[in-house]
Design a protein around this ligand. Structure first.
Ligand code: ADE
Length: 228
């Protein structure tokens, strides 16, 4: 898979995309990640990428030219499955969307900034708009990092334990069950006996019950409309 990210703040993406599972996935060649500085596509002598809003709206708007140039240049080299714009008014990102995007060959993510981008880019160039939650970030970079991280960890081979990504919270619509490690007894705080019993089927049953109970307690909204 290849992911291209267009941003005015490439430095903001350096940390999240160069550590842990994403770093290893890059090293293993599972994902080819490229961060592009939008200013490199500006023809303005000061490398400006924004301008005043028409109609007297306060705040700056990301201009159409450098973005169109960047998207055209990248799109001439490969076909993108999705051209994503990160914005608080996009559709809410979730595990299902991460699973869908993980099947793509090429993704392009455009990070929003300032007051937003010229609407014509959204109308003509962007194929999907994603929000990571109902709050406003300074820019779309952190959202792009969240999307990239959640997609890359799903790529086959990205996580050493193949079943690990499948047993994550949300993969079956439920929160994950609690997990424990050694010692089995820490100052009287004990690991549930069932986990030490060695009965694989009973353990699976217990985990499922715990998932259901946790979801009922912490995220009952996830169970709405789901048949038990
Ligand atoms: N840009 C600013 N806020 C955002 C959000 N909540 N999701 C995605 N992109 C954003």
């Amino acid at each position: 898979m290849r992911i291209d990210i267009i941003t005015v703040l490439p430095q903001l993406l350096e940390g999240p995309l160069n550590h842990s599972i994403v770093k290893r996935a890059r090293e293993k060649g599972l994902v080819d990640l490229h961060v592009h500085d939008l200013r490199n596509f500006s023809q303005d002598k000061h490398r400006r990428v924004d301008d005043y809003a028409f109609g007297g709206e306060a705040g700056m708007v990301m201009s159409i030219e450098p973005i169109e140039r960047a998207i055209s240049q990248l799109s001439s080299q490969r076909e993108y499955d999705e051209i994503i714009y990160t914005s608080p008014d996009g559709s809410r990102f979730n595990q299902g969307e991460a699973n869908r995007l993980a099947l793509a060959e090429n993704l392009l993510i455009l990070c929003g900034h300032y007051k937003g981008i010229d609407q014509r880019i959204r109308d003509h160039l962007v194929s999907c708009e994603i929000s990571i939650g109902d709050y406003v970030l300074t820019g779309g970079e952190l959202a792009a990092a969240v999307i990239t991280d959640s997609v890359v960890r799903l790529l086959p081979g990205a996580i050493s334990d193949e079943t690990s990504a499948l047993s994550d919270s949300f993969q079956d619509g439920l929160l994950a069950p609690p997990v424990y490690t050694r010692p089995a007894d820490y100052k009287g705080w004990k690991v549930p006996d069932i986990l030490l019993s060695g009965h694989a089927a009973k353990i699976d049953q217990w985990k499922h019950e715990q998932s259901l109970e946790r979801t009922r307690k912490l995220r009952p909204d996830l169970l709405e409309g789901m048949e038990e």
